[in-house]
Design a protein around this ligand. Sequence first.
Ligand code: FRU
Length: 493
Amino acid sequence: MSRILSDARKYEEIMEKKIKDGERPGFHLCPRVGWMNDPNGFSFYNGEYHLFYQYHPYDSNWGPMHWGHAVSKDLLNWTYLPAALAPDMAYDKEGCFSGSAVSLPDGRHLLMYTGVSRENRPDGTVRDVQAQCIAIGNGLDYEKYSGNPVLGSEDLPFGGSRYDFRDPKLWKSRDGHYKCVVGNCTEDKDGRVLLYTSEDAVHWEYVKILASNDKRLGKMWECPDFFALDGKQILLVSPQDMYPQGFEYHSGNGTVCFIGDYDERTDTFTEESDQAVDYGLDFYAPQTVSAPDGRTIMIGWMQNWDTSSLHSPNRPWFGQMSLPRELSVADGRLIQKPVRELESLHGLEVRYENMTFTDVVRLEGVEGRKIDMEIAVRPAAGKSLYEKFVVRFAQGGGHYTSVSFRPHESIVKLDRKFSGCRRDVVHQRRCLVRDKKGEVRLRILLDSFSVEVFVNDGEQVLTATIYTDQSAKEISFLAEGTAVMDVVKYDLL
Ligand code: FRU
């Protein structure tokens, strides 16, 4: 093992002890210490889920990328394992960037990641070049392949940028071959997804450009993922530098889900529609795993580059993973639901039904900072349609975060403006939801430092981090006009 990796392992083991239990999220994964970004190598191997992550143990800001590592049997309780990869070779000295994992037929676990190295150019400038690399291991220790990198600049199609060639996602296809998609862009920064194939997951060959942006959605496309789901084919990408589009896409770094069909014989992906994956503030670079029971489960970095300045300077960790979400396709749309394992954390249930209200209400027993709460709102019979419904949570000391619904406009808004943040970053997001004549369902998962709102049984999701003091636990509901609601709330243990 290299000195750089063993130092990182020693460091994280010592430093994690300095973080007390309550200082970490309750049921979301944060880094063992330091900085976390994208989920990597999300896989089921030797009876457990493995989740790696972009990791800089030495600072709560981004730095030379390592791969952190955690395992879980239920996708909720994670155990940290020692860092798996460190930037310790000439071809990855500037970082072990994002990638993925598969199990090999001989029982070993293979990681494919992007190695970043610095290149001195003839004109005196330096640029970071990206290439794909392999490491093989046993779920704990990984050895980098002696033939790395396995995909380099010579494997790019015409006009492909060597500086933006990253985030391989590999899988074993039905015919026994391995395939992988890699994010790339043209020299003028137009994103595309490249497809490669391999007999052994180590030696790779270029196949084709699987999908091209053609200047529609942002520039470079990061972190592609490609999989079959409910008879359709899904392509996920995380574009950089997006322009906003209506209520669908916000500016900056976005997450896009293309739904279409895939002809495996010709490797042709035909797009039918695209949509945002998450409509909130903090979600990026999602990756899926195919669970042993057939579910497709997605996890994302619960953060976004433009808002990653929003963190407390004295916290020894930064960055969290979203709650793992079960994916399906219905009516041509991606549906996301919190993994059903979450029910095993359900504690005390508090339930209210058919509450008619016209102003602010608080409900006895409905409060808390680690909760799973489902609210169903509808118009009151014989009354005109209410103007607005609002639920405020993480409320106290003058702070709160809210989710509101305006039935006349069919808009759900997540707003953390008053969550106790002193930074001037974007704090609100709106999304257009399906018109259901004033009915809306909101499932709100609140953890110490985040909120995820699943709208209308997972038709849309809005996610945000919030760093409100943990003493802010109150919840209140408000109707402008007369509305009726059911509320079910569980404490999460
Ligand atoms: C996405 C990303 C990836 C890259 C990694 C570096 O958030 O920019 O494209 O591999 O982060 O940490």
